[in-house]
Design a binder for this molecule. Structure first.
Ligand code: ASP
Length: 428
């Protein structure tokens, strides 16, 4: 059975298992939930274990083989332009739908009173604070971590990426044996990490089972009911971006089949959905984009690590919809100027949001402050946040991978998605 079928089956089984399990069900004194949790945590640990050496060596190795410095500048410019443009389109899709559907207004009245604050406010604020400030100056500061080891240990990928880019850039210039040896060493580390990643990828079906079963057992689907309209608005907007905007771009600009790309990316997308973390999914994203979609290492090792941290279409869209939903629910009249401020902040903060579960909540509190709502308003959406986090993370990863394909095509790469995925899978 192919990998993506295995993962899909695991998701179905996990849904059933989670549905059949109560949070306190036990078997011979052992909590089912803790078993699911353990399986999921082991898988996420595996992904996190490889992420730092994998992306650091991928970026440095990619830079070493990247050709002329001019080429690199062009690649960088294309990547950043793609990220900003698709991020903006995503936020605008969210803006249109939240205005059309108006999920915060029920029977002509702000829904705030009916919904009631659903979570313990202090707890929410504390957890939001822990994620660090989401404003733009913080993003700039994080670009240069004072201690690279600490940044790596804390999973601050942005700083690690900047360091790796600098390291690779200067390693290109070291001449003679020291330069040669170090360049070969980095390549060696990268090939080894790719192999190790394959092992973790093979474990994905089991890990995904644990993650989804634990989520369904804990959250259940009942949580959606009071916020159904908000939930539907977000899912519709994400679907419009993922199934219309990006596929049209792949078809028209990349001249490739979006369906084939979707098939190539499905293991990574399902992992993103289950882990709700684009950073943890990065090893799979790299693997799928290179081995299954046929994008060169030169392009993917530059575009994807950067994308996993700065390009978050789903997150930007979600921030915009959530902030405007809360404004509607609290009966605040949001002017056009404010709406555009929301669009801008959603776009900028999505760059700084870490690729970890629930990270958008920080950015949403920043936006709420700007609209004049108390930060605790975010408590209203907490019950559905996990499920929506899973959806928006999959869209984040899908957006990164579409970027890799489009940029590779614009660089003249013919092998991208040129063959059915089944062929490339057996090769990998
Ligand atoms: N969980 C998302 C990610 O990892 C970030 C967020 O929107 O909370 O991409």
């Amino acid at each position: 059975m192919r990998l993506h079928h295995q993962i899909f089956l695991a998701m179905l089984l996990a849904g059933l298992a989670g549905w059949a399990t109560e949070p306190d069900s036990t078997l011979a004194g052992v909590h089912w939930l803790s078993v699911y949790d353990m399986i999921g945590t082991i898988f996420i640990n595996g992904l996190k274990m490889v992420v730092v050496p994998l992306i650091a060596s991928a970026i440095v190795s990619g830079l070493i083989h990247a050709g002329e410095g001019r080429d690199l500048g062009r690649l960088g410019l294309k990547t950043i332009s793609y990220y900003l443009l698709t991020g903006l389109v995503a936020v605008l899709v969210g803006l249109v739908l939240v205005n059309l559907i108006a999920p915060g207004v029920i029977e002509g009245e702000p829904a705030g009173n009916r919904l009631g604050l659903s979570a313990d406010t202090d707890e929410v604020l504390a957890s939001v604070k822990e994620q660090g400030a989401g404003d733009f100056s913080q993003i700039l500061i994080k670009l240069l971590p004072p201690n690279i080891v600490q940044a790596a240990a804390e999973g601050q990928l942005l700083g690690l990426i900047v360091f790796s880019l600098l390291f690779g850039w200067f390693l290109r210039q070291v001449e003679g044996r020291p330069g040669e040896t170090l360049r070969e060493l980095v390549d060696g580390i990268y090939y080894t990490m790719m192999r190790l990643t394959l092992l973790i990828v093979a474990l994905a079906p089991i890990g995904v089972f644990g993650l989804i079963a634990a989520t369904v057992t804990e959250t259940g689907l009942d949580a959606i009911r009071p916020l159904a309209l908000f939930f539907v608005t977000v899912v519709l907007a994400l679907a419009a971006h993922a199934f219309v905007v990006l596929p049209v771009a792949i078809r028209l600009l990349g001249h490739r089949s979006p369906g084939r790309h979707f098939q190539a990316m499905s293991p990574a997308l399902m992992t993103a959905f289950s882990t709700a973390s684009s950073a943890a999914t990065l090893p799979l994203t790299l693997e799928c984009v290179e081995q299954r979609a046929g994008v060169s290492n030169r392009t993917s090792s530059f575009v994807l690590p950067l994308g996993a941290t700065v390009n978050m279409d789903g997150t930007a869209l979600y921030e915009c919809v959530a902030a405007l939903f809360l404004a509607q629910a609290y009966g605040i009249d949001v002017s056009l100027t404010t709406q555009f401020t929301v669009v801008l902040i959603a776009l900028l903060t999505s760059i700084g949001v870490a690729g970890i579960p629930a990270a958008s909540l920080v950015a949403i509190t920043v936006i709420l402050g700007v609209i004049g709502l108390p930060a605790e308003a975010v408590g209203l959406i907490l019950v559905v946040d996990r499920l929506l986090d899973m959806c928006r993370t999959a869209v984040n990863v899908w957006g990164d991978s579409a970027g890799a394909v489009l940029i590779a095509r614009s660089e003249g790469e013919e092998a991208v998605l040129a063959r059915p995925v089944a062929d490339t899978e057996s090769r990998a």
